[in-house]
Design a protein around this ligand. Sequence first.
Ligand code: ZN
Length: 286
Amino acid sequence: MGTCIHCGKPAGLFRSRHDACEARAQRRQAELLQRKVDLQRQVASAIVDPDQHEALRALVEKESGAGDLDPDAIRGAIAEGWRRSVERCLEDGILDAAEERQLMRLKSAYALTEEDLDVNGAHTRVVHAAVVRDLLNDIVPQRLHLDGPAPVNLQKGEKVVWMFHRCDYLEDKTKREMKGASQGASIRVMKGVYYRVGAFKGTPVYTTHRVHVDTGTMVVTDKHIYFTGPRKSFRVPYTKIVAFLPFDDGFGFVRDTQTAKPQVFRTGDGWFAQNLVVNLGRLAGG
Ligand SMILES: [Zn+2]
């Protein structure tokens, strides 16, 4: 005689559950799932309409009091709602200031960690989008919090805007090969440049024409682009850059000398890196 996994009473020969108990358990599971979805939806409403924060607070309080969802499940549902809202807010690549304010308000109100929110990179995308928005408004972004000194020797008053760790540095093998179609379009520095998400999809940095030279840290400031790795370290002022090369997974630039070959960096996120350096170059008067 088996016992029912739901109620613990005898369930009959070769049986581990009563049909009625099983149906009840499934209904309950569906109900709990629906309540998590309701929490997610209320999070999404609060992000677009600040008046909905109060309704969210009441719903969270009600669920906490009911005790059917444990605190981790409730927080998990709020984080999931947050991440899904980011996807929607960022469909055009730009997060408006009001949306960012509500996302950050929820983050602190419900003690959500960056780890909770960065599943699928949602939190990183919010910070990237805010940096790009600053730049389009001619503001030098100060959204990076350094734990120690920058790994490069900065000039007096120079501001670190972003750092790319584990950044690959590549050079083109020969000048002749560089003329191949795989190079990608070059973009001159111009006023108010903004690359849309996916503008350069399908043009990766790695091609047979490029060789990997080093992997290190790229430090982007308001005046220079620095690269520092075990084999190679250099600094280039924006004013010495004549063109940027956009790629799906990074960017390149060409310096203002006649013999200059493209210097190419694989940062992992071409959209962010290009909007960053092209607009900093513009602000620096490059
Ligand atoms: Zn049972």
